[in-house]
Ligand binder design. Structure first.
Ligand code: SF4
Length: 193
């Protein structure tokens, strides 16, 4: 798919998300946060849900968590220009609680459509909610920091940057990602279209 088609497709999804009332999270949001990044990216990052600053700005991973994510990306030799970032749910859950199963189910098709447009070679799941929604992983403890190959695509699971107790492990996960990307440079190569 060409860049213009990808941009148009992602914009269409963002517009649909903006007026979505598919679950009760629509009642308490300020803004929807559909996603942001390079439509040609070969790497997609999927987090859990927008936080307070994301809800205010309409953009994923801003504020402290966003700055920390930038540092983590740098460890792996990446910048925001290399990735497309989104979340499992596109509206902020109250008090930053985890999204409920019904909310994730109601929002799942938007994520599916975004993946279909971006066609990422590598999906990085940040946190247990994302790993569970995308890969069915129930516990991160044995799965984080590993490259997983499934259905012709690579996945990498890491702790969420907002998980302060796991900061050392999160940085180590991204160091491991850096090694994996060095072994498989094609994962970060964007198709020129
Ligand atoms: S979280 Fe998803 S399904 Fe729920 S209202 Fe927001 S966009 Fe719609």
């Amino acid at each position: 798919m060409k860049q213009a088609e990808r941009t148009a497709g992602l914009t269409k999804i963002a517009r649909t998300v903006a007026s979505c009332t598919g679950c009760t999270l629509s009642n308490c949001r300020t803004s929807t946060v559909a996603g942001d990044g390079n439509p040609l990216a070969s790497i997609m990052i999927i987090g859990e849900a927008p936080g307070r600053q994301e809800d205010e700005s309409g953009l994923p991973f801003v504020g402290m968590a966003g700055k920390y994510l930038d540092k983590l990306l740098a460890i792996a030799g990446l910048t925001r220009a290399d990735v497309f970032i989104t979340n499992v749910v596109k509206c902020r859950p109250p008090d930053n609680r985890k999204p409920e199963r019904e909310e994730m189910a109601a929002c799942a098709d938007f994520l599916k459509q975004q993946i279909a447009i971006i066609q990422p070679k590598l999906i990085i799941c940040l946190g247990g909610t994302s790993a569970n929604a995308v890969l069915g992983i129930k516990q991160l403890v044995n799965e984080h920091g590993k490259l997983i190959q499934r259905d012709g695509r690579y996945y990498f699971v890491a702790y969420h940057p907002a998980a302060r107790f796991h900061r050392k492990m999160i940085a180590e996960d991204f160091e491991k990602l850096s090694l994996e990307l060095a072994k498989l440079p094609e994962l970060r190569r964007m198709d020129i279209v």
